[in-house]
Write a protein that binds this ligand. Structure first.
Ligand code: 5GP
Ligand code: ZN
Length: 118
């Protein structure tokens, strides 16, 4: 499903450029345009799901595949190894959850501190 008014659907469709680091049938992963940490990736399902608030059991396999990809993406994109390194996964949901783009995405943050956010 594609929402013609959605920024991340446009990035997935190639209508807006992005710095892609990984793509498969489920997801696109690209660099955040305003990085809050030395490594800041956005993991985005190709399916237009507005937020975590719409996720249920049907989406669990997709979310599981996305989460399971994070360690490999972290290592390939400059996060230092666990436990001295590591990374943070974050899913902002709704206005009070700090969500700005209403297409589900997982922030992957990492690299040496300090970071801009926490
Ligand atoms: P949210 O606040 O919805 O959790 O995160 C949205 C993220 O998308 C923000 O960190 C913001 O910097 C990033 N972002 C917004 N517009 C663009 C864009 O056009 N390209 C890329 N690569 N990132 C974007
Ligand atoms: Zn979308």
């Amino acid at each position: 499903m594609h929402d013609p008014d959605c920024l991340f659907c446009k990035i997935i469709a190639g209508q807006i450029p992005s710095s892609k680091v990984y793509e498969d049938e489920d997801m696109l992963v690209f660099k955040d345009i305003h990085p809050a940490a030395p490594v800041h990736l956005l993991m985005v399902p190709k399916l237009h799901i507005p937020s975590m608030a719409q996720v249920g059991a049907e989406q669990a396999p997709l979310l599981g595949r996305m989460l399971a990809k994070a360690p490999e993406l972290a290592e390939a994109n400059g996060c230092n190894p666990y436990p001295q390194g590591g990374f943070r996964l974050m899913i902002n949901t709704g206005d009070e959850g700090g969500q700005e783009v209403h297409h589900l995405h997982i922030h992957l943050l990492g690299g040496p501190r300090p970071w801009k956010k926490g």
